[in-house]
Design a protein around this ligand. Structure first.
Ligand SMILES: NC(=O)C1=CN([C@@H]2O[C@H](COP(=O)(O)OP(=O)(O)OC[C@H]3O[C@@H](n4cnc5c(N)ncnc54)[C@H](O)[C@@H]3O)[C@@H](O)[C@H]2O)[C@@H](O)CC1
Ligand SMILES: Nc1ncnc2c1ncn2[C@@H]1O[C@H](COP(=O)(O)OP(=O)(O)O)[C@@H](O)[C@H]1O
Ligand SMILES: [K+]
Length: 504
């Protein structure tokens, strides 16, 4: 499933109309009928429905929705919030179809008037503004959005809550606070950004018949679904052996943080790694081994000096490396010596990101198999941007950073955004606030390490890993084994078993 900006959606629509030969009127018919169908399935027939329409094609969808809902037996009134002459093209065509069957169309041009009228309804379908919104929201639409937000109504937005930007990087002026949004055809970028996502309420996507080919040269972001994970998850052959399931090394942990690599190593093994070695300080080993008997151990004299030739030779035997968990932030050359000498995929997390920053600009240009896994705070540190700026434009910031530094980014949060060195992006929105606790990032690093060892595409591996990490947390809550309050990082590791059973 692709994620699009407004400009990309217009280009995709254009392709469908010009190359696919699907008339715009038909796309609008499909959009409206699909939304109406969803409303019919989800809401009580006795609810009185007000449909508010604006001047553009979003309003056009509203006319179609009205026609279908009446057919389904709902009591529907259409409120047109703009003058007649503003309704043009496909929207005017569908307005005419509505008028051919109903006289329930009221022109409302003032917000007070709208308030008086909407009081009599249970549910409002918001078809005022779609992805064509630009600039500050003008009166009287601004006041009307305020009214819709104030009233005790169920708010259902069509395509996007009216007033909300579709892209990232734009400020929210005023927008409908929807309870439910039926997104037309493809989720917009703002669906996955923290400052905008809440406006959508619950959201679902309705498809309107645009061929996938329309997206191919246009959109470069995708939303990961369960079926994507199932389709790309590596199979285990009957003759699999531990070598074929991946041999990984996890480097890190000061004596004050042995739990970090313990979590990563257990998560890597529970995700199916063939062999995991933990490279850490001698004094950590008995503690970590106590919690993870399946791992082997490699003793490092410290986590500060450049790695010795002997260590590098040992690490060269592995398929991939994860480094940085619990490593401490004291000046260290371990990471730079690792990256300079070994051309393997390296997952860099937590304190490792602080070390990476010290030599990021000199990082070997040629290699593109470094994976960084920052949360928003770490991304702010790496990019020298405030967290608020990154939250506002997470796709754009990640893309520019990944291209500039030639690396993969897993930007962690409610929506985890994965970006490749050439700017392709994938989003996993699995997971819940139960994960907002120390240690869950270490679990993710372990999972990602295993996925990378088992999949030829780093992007697919990172997307699958992020997905199953969040899915484990969701299943533990759904199946009532834990709540968001008591869920711990160790529980997420145990939850992986349920994930694999569900996926297979
Ligand atoms: N083929 C297509 O293009 C399809 C489009 N569809 C719908 O069409 C929508 C996009 O249609 P449009 O491009 O007409 O855009 P809109 O429906 O968002 O309408 C844009 C119009 O809103 C007004 N407006 C814009 N910014 C404003 C502001 N700041 N304050 C007050 N008024 C403002 C202007 O009159 C502008 O022309 C989508 O969101 C979707 O709902 C669907 O019908 C499916 C097919
Ligand atoms: N509210 C949330 N909803 C969904 N996932 C979340 C939420 N908060 C955190 N997460 C996930 O939990 C993990 C936290 O990682 P991180 O902050 O690095 O933790 P730590 O460093 O303590 O191990 C990430 O995978 C992130 O995507
Ligand atoms: K809308």
């Amino acid at each position: 499933m692709y994620i699009v900006t407004a400009e990309e959606m217009y280009e995709i629509d254009r392709y469908a109309i010009e190359k696919g030969g699907i008339a715009g009127k038909l796309l609008m018919e499909n959009a409206g009928s699909q939304v109406a169908h969803q409303i019919k399935k989800a809401y009580d027939i006795n609810q009185r429905i007000a449909i508010v329409v604006g001047s553009g094609n979003n309003g056009g969808d509203g006319f179609v929705i009205a026609r279908y809902l009446v057919d389904y037996g709902f009591d529907v009134t259409l409120f047109q919030l703009v003058a007649d002459e503003k309704i043009k093209g496909d929207a005017a065509y569908h307005k005419e179809l509505w008028l051919n069957q109903s006289d329930k169309l009221e022109l409302v041009t003032e917000s007070n008037q709208l308030k008086d009228r909407l009081i009599a309804y249970h549910l409002v379908v918001d078809a005022i503004l779609g992805i064509g919104v630009s600039g500050e929201i003008r009166e009287p639409i601004r006041g009307m959005i305020e009214v819709i937000n104030q009233l005790d109504l169920t708010r259902i937005s069509v395509d996007i809550p009216s007033g909300l930007p579709a892209n990232d990087g734009e400020d929210v002026d005023i927008a409908v606070k929807a309870d439910q949004t039926y997104i037309i055809e493809a989720p917009k970028v703002s669906t996955f950004c923290e400052p905008t996502s809440n406006y959508y309420g619950n959201w679902d996507i309705v498809k309107i018949g645009i061929p996938t080919s329309a997206y191919l040269d246009v959109a470069s972001r995708r939303w990961r679904t369960t079926s994507d994970v199932q389709a790309s998850f590596p199979n285990r052959g009957t003759y699999a052996h531990k070598g074929s399931n991946g041999r990984g090394v996890i480097i890190g942990a000061q004596p004050t943080m042995p739990g970090s690599v313990l979590l990563s190593s257990r998560a890597a093994l529970r995700s199916g790694a063939g062999l995991i070695t933990v490279a850490t300080l001698k004094e950590n080993i008995s503690i970590i081994a106590n919690g993870c008997v399946e791992a082997t151990y490699h003793v490092l004299p410290n986590l500060i000096d450049r790695l010795s030739d002997k260590d590098l030779k040992a690490f060269d035997q592995f398929d991939a490396i994860a480094v940085g968990m619990g490593m401490g932030r004291a000046k260290s050359e371990l990471l730079s010596s690792l990256i300079e000498n070994l051309d393997k995929p390296v997952v860099i997390d937590a304190d490792g990101l602080y070390h990476l920053k010290t030599f990021l600009d000199q990082k070997a240009e040629k290699r593109a198999n470094l994976i960084i896994t920052p949360h928003y705070g770490e991304m702010a540190m790496l990019s020298n941007l405030p967290v608020s700026e990154i939250k506002k434009a997470p796709f754009e910031v990640s893309k520019q950073f990944a291209i500039k530094h030639n690396l993969y980014i897993v930007l962690k949060g409610k929506n985890t955004i994965i970006t490749t060195p050439n700017g392709t992006q994938m989003v996993s929105n699995q997971g819940n606030p139960g994960l907002a606790k120390g240690g869950t990032g270490d679990v993710l690093s372990g999972i990602l390490l295993t996925m990378i060892m088992q999949h030829p595409s780093i992007l697919e591996a990172l997307a699958n890993g992020s997905y199953i990490h969040g899915m484990a947390a969701d299943l533990l809550i759904d199946l009532k084994q834990h709540t968001e309050i008591d869920l711990l990082a160790t529980d997420v590791i145990e939850g992986l078993s349920q994930v694999f059973r569900t996926l297979s």
